[in-house]
Ligand binder design. Sequence first.
Ligand code: ADE
Length: 225
Amino acid sequence: MNISILSIFPGVFTDFLAVSMIGKAVEDGILTVNLINIRDYAHDKHKTTDDYPYGGGPGMIMKPEPLYEAIQDVRRDREIPVIYFTPQGRLLHQSIINAYSESTELILLCGHYKEIDQRIRDLLITDEISIGDYVLSGGELPAMIFVDAVTRLLPGVLNDLESALSDSHQTGLLGCPHYTRPPEFMGIKVPDVLLSGNHEKIASWRRQKALEITRKNRPDLLKDE
Ligand code: ADE
């Protein structure tokens, strides 16, 4: 998968793309990331990318020209999804990640200041995504969250795809508790069923625990059950 990320702070992605699962995906050529500095498309010598809003009010607006040129430079008339991260977008969910993990190419736009000029949305943006009902200073963290969640679904990234498919939210429920060695820690024993070797019983215990945790922490997910 090839992802182009447009930002006025592309440097914040460097470590993120170099370590752990993402670093390995990049090293293995499964993920290629093209970092684009929107300032490189600014027209004046101060590299201005924002301006005052028409109609007045607080906050600055990202100017349309640098955004338009930066996106078009990547798209070159091809039909590539252009995702803009904004608190006004649809709420990110695992199902959205699953769908985008099938793409070969994506463009991610990280906003800053109050908003981007509406005409960029009208002309070029194909999807708007929010990572939650709170406001961040920019779209870089949402873009990292998106890239992380998509990358772990790409073939060859996780050793165990089955593990990804049993994650919280893939099954419609939150995940169950997990244990590793030692069998007893600070007086707390690993539940006997997990040591029993009985796969049917283990699966049923995990589902029961997943239901309990979902009921406690996210009862909204059980509304349709
Ligand atoms: N930019 C600022 N806040 C955001 C949010 N909650 N989700 C996505 N992009 C954002």
